[in-house]
Write a protein of this length. Sequence first.
Length: 220
Amino acid sequence: MVADRDASGRLVPKALEAGVAGCREEVRTAHPGGGRPVHVLEQSLPRDVRDLRRGIRQRTIYQHTVRSGLTTLAYIERVTTEGAEVRTLAEVAGRIIVFDGDLAFVPFSDEPHRALRIQHPALVRFLARHFDEAWARAVPVRPERVPLRTPVVTSDLQRTILQAVVGGETDESIARRLGMSRRSVAEHVRRISERLGSNSRAQLGCLIATSGLLSGLLEA
């Protein structure tokens, strides 16, 4: 079943609120990209706090780049004090919302203003397992502790960028996928290019692949 989205790209409140109201135990959410828009967080916060206080477990996965976003961090700090759990990965494949084990929402890749509401038990279980596997690899966010950019997070981002360069991706493509600015990606690439003495993007990809850098990051 298809659920419309409003002009801001959010799931239509009626469909989402119905899922929230019917949630009995847990909601899992995964959000690709960087920090979320202020108006979305402001609208989500009261609902999330209310549900946490009625005993609903809330687990959310963002991308590492939210650790640099003050607005999203403020939201994370607020909900984690209420019991929510938040972790990050270098990359989140797509937006997922799973309520308990019987309802999920995923976006249409080719229709950004609409989403698919899934109620088939096998498909919902598949999405829940997909989330749980990503959750096991993700790094907890604890806003009260510094630094937020731990060595694990930094290494994860660097490895993902280097793998993308080896795969022939442009800075713009990498930035879009990781929720970073193009300038930040370009700076990462510039530093590694200087380190390896590369004269071209194609050469850089080959040098990264043969230098052992990726192996070193995986072991870090």
